[in-house]
Write a protein that binds this ligand. Structure first.
Ligand code: ADP
Ligand code: ADP
Length: 237
């Protein structure tokens, strides 16, 4: 499990100041929930952590290593090292982004084959383990169209964990799901957290934030207005 240090990070979209001096520490094995109104910068911050989005100033360190561009001296991180680092970070989006023509097993195995250069047999063994872990051991041969939204999102999570990431990022993983399917995805995420995975989760699920997060970060208009234990930020029954 990894640590993440976010130091004085600023991000602009043209003249628009999307992230304002964001400072946050995430300790290994801890779960951070990012909450706040739509447009407050949660997704942008998450995408800066794996450098899908380039930030303009400040630093983001993963296990002490800078992801991004050197601020002192302006030295650019090699694109090879950036790719290597990204491979160690799992990301799950609101949309599941599964290949429709492949089975669940193939969807999970394909990343291992393409990105890791793993032989198909070994990749499928590992993919099967990951699918068992998310409770889909009996659905491995199904195509996405034959899976519920909750099952599809669990395939997407299996695809990420099969890569054995040191850090997992979730961007509103349950927002596209029918309410009755949210719980099964949160249960899988909770199990992952219990295993000691470092996780950053953008979510509107306040119950999950209250019960699973070690810290909750509340964003508003590009600012981090509070970071604290859930009980100190959320009012919950
Ligand atoms: P969501 O609320 O689901 O995150 P958004 O509308 O915020 O959806 O963003 C969807 C995509 O559009 C993202 O890739 C985001 O970076 C991009 N986006 C959001 N706002 C703008 C904007 N004002 N101009 C250009 N792209 C935008
Ligand atoms: P949140 O995840 O909290 O809903 P976002 O990080 O998606 O917020 O967006 C923060 C702000 O940045 C929004 O005002 C959004 O419109 C703007 N934004 C996001 N992506 C882009 C983009 N690619 N280009 C321009 N503006 C963007």
């Amino acid at each position: 499990a990894s640590s993440v240090e976010i130091r004085k990070v600023n991000k602009f979209y043209g003249p628009f100041h999307a992230l304002k001096d964001i400072d946050m520490s995430i300790e290994p094995g801890k779960v951070t929930c990012l909450i706040g109104p739509s447009g407050s910068g949660k997704s942008t911050l998450l995408r800066c952590v794996n450098f899908l989005e380039e930030y303009n100033s400040g630093e983001i360190l993963i296990d002490g290593e800078l992801i991004g561009y050197e601020t002192a001296g302006g030295k650019k991180m090699s694109s090879r090292r950036l790719r290597e680092m990204r491979r160690t970070i799992g990301m799950v989006f609101q949309q599941f982004n599964l290949w429709p023509h492949m089975t669940a097993l193939q969807n999970v195995a394909e990343g291992l084959i393409r990105v890791r250069g793993m032989a198909r047999a070994e990749a499928e063994t590992r993919a099967a383990d990951a699918l068992e872990k998310v409770g889909l051991g009996d659905r491995m041969g199904n195509h996405p169209s034959r899976l519920s939204g909750g099952q599809q999102q669990r395939v997407a999570i299996a695809r990420a964990i099969a890569m054995e990431p040191r850090l997992m990022l979730f961007d509103e993983p349950t927002s596209a799901l029918d309410p009755e399917l949210v719980g099964e995805v949160l249960t899988v995420m909770k199990a992952l957290a219990a295993e000691g995975m470092t996780m950053v989760v953008v979510t509107h699920e306040m119950g999950f934030a209250a019960h699973v997060a070690d810290q909750v970060a509340f964003m508003e208009q590009g600012e981090l207005v509070a970071v604290d234990a859930p009980a100190n930020i959320l009012h919950h029954p």
